[in-house]
Design a binder for this molecule. Sequence first.
Ligand SMILES: Cc1cc2nc3c(=O)[nH]c(=O)nc-3n(C[C@H](O)[C@H](O)[C@H](O)COP(=O)(O)OP(=O)(O)OC[C@H]3O[C@@H](n4cnc5c(N)ncnc54)[C@H](O)[C@@H]3O)c2cc1C
Length: 508
Amino acid sequence: MVVIFGTLRIVLLCSLSGITLATKNPLLARDDACTALEAVLLGDVAYPNTTSYLQSANYWSIQQLETRPRCFVAPKSTKEVSTILRVLTQGNWPFTVKGGGHVPFSGGSSIENGVTIDLVHLNDIEVSHDRQTVSVSPGNRWINVTDILDPIGLAVVGGRDMDVGVSGLTLGGGISFFSGQYGWACDNVRRYEVVLASGRIVYASPQENNDLYWALRGGGGLNFGIVTRFDLVAFDQGEIWESSLSFPGTSNASAISLFQNLTIHGLPLDKGASGFVGINYHSSSGGYTTDIGLLHATVPSSSESIPAVFEPFQKISSATANSTVTGTVSTFIKNGATPYGRRWTWGNVVISASFPGEFLTEIMILFESRNVALLQNEGGDDIAPTALFQPIPLNVLQAMQKNGGNAMGLKPSNGPLIMISFPTSWTKAQNDEIVYDATRKLITDIEAKAKEYKVYTPFVYLNYADIKQEVQKGYGKENYARLVSIARKYDPQGKLAQLWKGYFKLDR
Ligand SMILES: Cc1cc2nc3c(=O)[nH]c(=O)nc-3n(C[C@H](O)[C@H](O)[C@H](O)COP(=O)(O)OP(=O)(O)OC[C@H]3O[C@@H](n4cnc5c(N)ncnc54)[C@H](O)[C@@H]3O)c2cc1C
């Protein structure tokens, strides 16, 4: 065995200097990807029933947890990522990449019987001397970043849940507490270090490979390469503030109309402000609540006061809960964390923020009837559906235009917008297809209603999209064609499209 590994190691090293693996070496052609990787990275390949494998198989949703790779490989440096990618693309072996493992869908960042590259050991975080930039390696979760930045009074535009990965959130867009001031997370990356399909290590910024820089800001990672470092814009930041309000029932019309008004008029005037409305079904009570989160990047000067932009919400009667809290970013993202251990799906529709009240009534009827049907299924009593409204106001759309704009193609003239997503969780695998189908139908029905009421936009937000939604096509024909041509330039043989299993890929 040792001899075989030794031979493989030599063959692989030869092949890395230009000889094609599978065709030149019959021994390697017979072998599998995990063995080939083990030959070049002794110790970093983990097989089932080992501690390292179990540690890597740590995913937020059960569907991803149930997807079992033949091995995990956990590189310790960019150079090792390069070696791994070269071995896999030259050997034509299917693989996927795991950052924080928070995509819910099976195969999102895990692969049945293939190789999952777990970036967990790439966990450096470095603050520049001038405090302008934080360089973050891709295995980090947001809590690792905020735990370092909070004590020194800095922040970056990042996630709102402690365990979500820096990689996936930033590559797909990245809605943050600080988006009103700075745009989404992807708009605040100064420079990427990227390993291409060939194993070549390149940099992407406004000055170097600026086409790749554009593509990585919202285009997702799968078609372009593995990002091994994000240089993020840093800014001074103290504690933040939140007001939480709860109302009984689904379509608290005054809450949603105030939220629309906040999105259209309030948020552009007070860029530190952000918020969301969640309509949540509770199986314990068999009823719905409308839950509002209003956040501000600056704590109001008096602990009693509320930022003026949020005052109208205090006037809605019938609140069953109304509280305010201040704290560090770490405190917020820890408190806001969504627990592991359930089955999940979601999908989203983005519409003009000025939708009429009748549209809201109609989509709430669609949402509730979908839920009634789901809950009546055998074993469906633990299904937990939510409709989550998030703003994309003009100030965010304006901030998205920096550095030549991002790949998502949203312009201030498209907005202001509101994204409605439908995160749904359950526990019984027998209900998987039922929940997926019902959620997809709900999205199609809401899109049809949005067209009828002339509030439809083709944009779909990648990070909350269902696997069947054609995300990049919603970025517009021109942007889609540009993404395809950039993918061809950096991966001329289309190896990533062919081998990197996952979703939200470009057609090539
Ligand atoms: C509880 C929870 C809270 C969330 N909160 C927010 C939020 O506040 N704002 C927001 O915008 N979104 C949010 N999301 C959505 C989240 O941004 C996406 O699910 C995101 O993809 C998760 O990133 P990850 O690294 O954890 O996921 P992973 O599942 O590890 O990866 C996601 C995708 O990125 C690819 N990938 C991973 N690392 C790399 C890399 N280094 N280079 C190239 N490709 C890579 C993977 O192959 C996969 O396709 C949340 C999700 C959850 C579950």
